[in-house]
Design a protein around this ligand. Structure first.
Ligand code: UDP
Length: 460
């Protein structure tokens, strides 16, 4: 007997409660839409009044100081606002501190919001692609998703793409969350790095770390994957650099690698101590899906070696589901006897892989790749640490909001406190202490001659 629509679960059916709910939603939708439009603006308005009142003594003094210096109180830049209408972002005239505080007047007037895409100048606005025009449907803000992510080094997409993401995800709760993340990441990642030098290669304890972007790093792998030269690429976080400080073999493996990339908020903090700006946090876990996508597009076969039995295979299945064109030509766990190593290398070579990902953890994977480099057929070997555990689903990764605050390590610490406390509670301060030592004694930590690990793909 055919079931009545009331009994069929899913979108084909309907139930009394559902139709009642749907009706309610239909009727309240216009009210919610109007509230959605006015609530954020009302909140901005209220908050700006409170902030302006609280700051009024500072603002008054600053206004007098500007008047004394220049004969003017306010100046500003013409920027592009909501609906592409120009507005003047205010600044106090003259030199000195607190010049930008008066931007709260822009929020009060409604030219700007507290949270919203960064205001652009006319030239920048003219380069925004049509598909990203939604950024002009909202007021530009003091806190943007792009700003928060770039401070932590996680701005791996174009700004306009992130503005679009911010627009579509925007809710009052989301905005409050972004403001909170901005505050925390401001403490950890620091404010603007605009005044710091951004060298192409960073030096941590004599290890050359390439200061690049995620896209360039992926391109480098793809271009080299079909080359005749054997290339090794590693990632370093503070824990790795602490190991390198003591372990000469590992240090040599890093110094002789073709590329070492910066992983995590600790490196970001280290850079600030050295008065250098980090371009991006180019960590393996964020790179992996991008690399798989690029390898699938270019038809480059990949081999996954490492982690507990079954994990690499689960990663392969998950990634193939996501990128059906991806060719994973072999997997194998990372627990074996030294006597099995030759057979493992033979299996990798017979698979036809161009890219080999090795996940044994540091320093084991780097030393292993260095030892077998010449016998291995894949053109690019990459040490990827514990990332197979994440992509197999064995260990959950920290949620995006935690990563955006630079607190992924706190999540890892909570997950495996007995293993991680030494790495983070002792290791992170120790790393920063050692960086401070390097900052005071730069001559003790020269980079290797010949520029290993410094070659940029774009310079060739
Ligand atoms: N592992 C392995 N063989 C070993 C020891 C470890 O394959 O002999 C794997 C382990 O299962 C885990 C990864 O190496 O998947 C190390 O993870 P960890 O989180 O320590 O790496 P990290 O990214 O922190 O360097």
């Amino acid at each position: 007997m055919a079931k009545s629509p009331l009994e069929i679960p899913g979108p084909l059916g309907s139930s009394r409660t559902r139709s009642w709910l749907a009706g309610f939603r239909r009727r309240t939708h216009p009210i919610l839409a109007i509230l959605g439009e006015f609530l954020p603006r009302s909140l901005d308005f209220l908050i700006s009044i409170i902030v302006l009142l609280l700051l009024s003594p500072v603002l008054l003094l600053r206004a007098l100081w500007s008047l004394y210096q220049t004969g003017d109180v306010l100046t500003g830049d013409t920027l592009i606002g909501r609906h592409r209408m120009p507005f003047r972002r205010l600044r106090f005239a003259g030199k000195g501190r607190f010049r930008k505080l008066i931007v709260w007047l822009n929020v009060f007037r409604g030219d700007m919001a507290i949270v919203g895409p960064r205001p652009l100048d006319a030239e920048e606005a003219s380069t925004i692609p049509v598909e990203d025009f939604v950024r002009f449907a909202v007021r530009p803000g003091m806190i943007s998703l792009f700003g928060v992510r770039s401070r932590i080094g996680l701005a791996h997409d174009a700004e306009s793409v992130m503005d679009r993401e911010q627009y579509y995800m925007q809710t009052v709760r989301g905005d409050l969350g972004l403001a909170a993340r901005s505050a925390v990441s401001g403490v950890l990642g620091g404010s603007s790095t605009a005044r710091l030098e951004m060298p192409p290669v960073l030096n941590f304890f004599g290890v050359p770390v390439v200061n690049t972007t995620m896209n360039e790093a992926v391109d480098w792998v793809i271009v080299n994957a079909t080359g005749t030269k054997k290339r090794l690429m590693f990632f370093v976080n503070p824990d790795c650099l602490n190991i390198a400080w003591k372990n000469a073999d590992y240090r040599a493996a890093l110094k002789n690698a073709d590329r070492v990339l910066p992983d995590g908020i600790g490196i970001h903090l280290g850079c600030r101590m050295l008065r250098k700006a980090l371009q991006a946090n180019v960590n393996g876990t964020d790179m992996f899906p991008q690399l798989c996508e690029a390898a699938a597009r270019e038809q480059l076969p990949v081999y996954l070696l490492g982690a507990s039995p079954g994990i690499a295979e689960a990663v392969a299945n998950n990634m193939i589901q996501r990128y059906p064109e991806l060719k994973v030509v072999g997997t194998r766990d990372g627990y074996f006897e030294p006597s099995q190593e030759q057979a493992i290398v033979d299996a990798i070579n017979n698979s036809g892989a161009c890219i080999l990902l090795v996940a044994f953890g540091a320093p084991h994977q780097e030393l292993w790749l260095r030892r077998w480099r010449e016998q291995l057929a894949p053109s690019v070997g990459i040490g990827v640490g514990g990332l197979f555990d994440f992509y197999s689903g064995r260990i959950p990764r920290a949620p995006g909001w935690m990563r955006e605050m630079g607190l992924e390590w706190v999540f890892r610490l909570i997950q495996e406190p007995s293993r991680m406390w030494r790495r983070y509670i002792i290791g992170n301060p120790l790393f920063l202490f050692r960086v401070r030592h390097q900052a005071k004694n730069p001559d003790k930590f020269p980079l290797p001659e010949g520029g290993h690990a410094t070659d940029s793909f774009y310079r060739h």
